[in-house]
Design a protein around this ligand. Structure first.
Ligand code: FAD
Length: 382
């Protein structure tokens, strides 16, 4: 039975889901293994995605995009991640951070920075995490000091998607020292060819090798006043709101990966023979598949419910954290069970199940580690 069926997807997102499925079947799945092996940035797939009108199109029509809403981006995420998580992350990160320029930026910023991303002439990224601090958003130390005409950035960022490849980034930096530690941060648009901006790729990862993250060093990197996004001191709050949307999408990363694990396991068990029969004859094997599907369907129902809640602004932080945690952990569970059913063959590095098993370790961490999500769920339910 089809896992990513569209009956739970709102009608307005069904066409784009179908387009994403066709694109993923033609361009992502057949290239997954080669990009995993090479660890190269999948420029060709990204360009094909741009031609297909599936990249950075959550940006509004008035700035050159298609204005995809949360449900449409979630539908695309499920399909892309089912095909390959590494390539999918690169495709979905081409406009990362740009959303906050759309929500809080000036008209000049939107014309200069947002439009080229929507028109697929540039790509962006979001720089928040640091070598010493990832989870504590109010503990970041990269500083932006006021100088004549703007600010000077000093510090380091780590794990930043597209740090090397992007044209510009939305950078989160400290601008204050007030006792209210959440009011000390500001967002800046930083062009990656600025003096004082140096980025290199971080060491190779075990999963999602077709996506690239970087380590950035800012050394007296000048950013003009007009590149402040929103208000000085408003960065933490803008980011928290942005992550609510992002976490619903990361739930979709988990769902796509879980679907891949289940599909792969189901195909394997009907083919593999043991004790004179195919292993799908054994009840323990059947129950394992049932457990995978129970987890998957529960997570998907929650994730799509959260999508609606977040889109309507109803307790968004709570629902986003629930969805992200459940869906990404169902992916790790399904990958584990899928590996078990593959027996010794689970260890072959070129098996799809092995790639999924490596990749599922990542969405449980990014966009806020799941233990942080549990903190949010508890706090926001009180
Ligand atoms: C592939 C990938 C892509 C990424 N892309 C980006 C990007 O584009 N931009 C960006 O800015 N960042 C990015 N990140 C960084 C990511 O957001 C951080 O890794 C994440 O927030 C966790 O931070 P950390 O790794 O520093 O872990 P830490 O903060 O050191 O936490 C380690 C562990 O400690 C525990 N822990 C920490 N604090 C608490 C607490 N308060 N309560 C309970 N448990 C706690 C948790 O178990 C947590 O997993 C990416 C990461 C990966 C792996």
């Amino acid at each position: 039975m089809e896992l990513l069926d569209d009956s739970i997807v709102p009608e307005r997102a069904r066409d784009v889901k179908q387009e994403a499925r066709e694109f993923a079947d033609e361009y992502i799945a057949p290239n997954a293994e080669a990009y995993y092996d090479s660890g190269d940035y999948p420029w060709e797939v990204l360009e094909a995605g741009m031609d297909a009108g599936l990249i950075a199109q959550d940006i509004g029509e008035e700035y050159g995009g298609k204005g995809f809403d949360l449900a449409q981006v979630l539908a695309i995420a499920e399909e892309f991640y089912r095909a390959d998580a590494g390539i999918a992350l690169t495709l979905q990160l081409a406009s990362f951070g740009a959303e906050m320029v759309e929500d809080y930026g000036t008209e000049e910023q939107k014309e200069k920075y947002l439009r080229p991303v929507a028109e697929n002439e540039q790509i962006s990224g979001l720089a928040v995490s640091e070598p010493q601090t990832g989870s504590d958003l109010a503990g970041m130390t990269t500083k932006a000091e006021k100088v004549e005409g703007g600010y000077e950035l000093t510090g380091e960022k780590y794990w930043v998607g597209n740090a090397v490849e992007a044209d510009w980034l939305t950078v989160y930096a400290k601008t204050g020292e007030s006792d209210d530690r959440y009011s000390n941060y500001t967002l800046f648009i930083v062009e990656t060819d600025s003096d004082g901006y140096e980025a290199e790729h971080i060491p190779e990862k075990m999963g999602m090798r077709a996506s690239k993250q970087g380590h950035i060093v800012f050394e007296d990197c000048f950013v003009p006043e007009e590149n402040v996004v929103g208000s000085e001191g408003g960065g933490f709050y803008a980011l928290a709101d942005f992550f609510n949307h992002g976490r619903v999408i990361v739930g979709g990363h988990g769902l796509g990966l879980a679907a891949a694990a289940i599909e792969e396991a189901e195909a394997f068990i009907s083919d593999r023979e043991a004790f004179g029969r195919t292993i799908d004859d054994f009840q323990a094997v059947q129950h394992t598949i049932s457990d995978m599907r129970i987890g998957f369907e529960s997570a998907r129902a929650l994730n799509w419910r959260a999508c609606e809640k977040v889109a309507n602004g109803e307790d968004a932080g709570y629902w986003a954290a629930l969805a992200k945690t459940k869906s990404t952990e169902v992916a790790t569970d399904c990958a584990e069970m899928g590996m078990k059913l593959h027996g010794g063959r689970s260890n072959f590095t070129d098996r799809r199940i092995a790639r999924v098993y490596r990749d599922v370790r990542i969405p449980v961490i990014y966009e806020g580690a799941n233990d942080i999500q549990r903190n949010l769920i508890y706090r926001q339910s009180r």
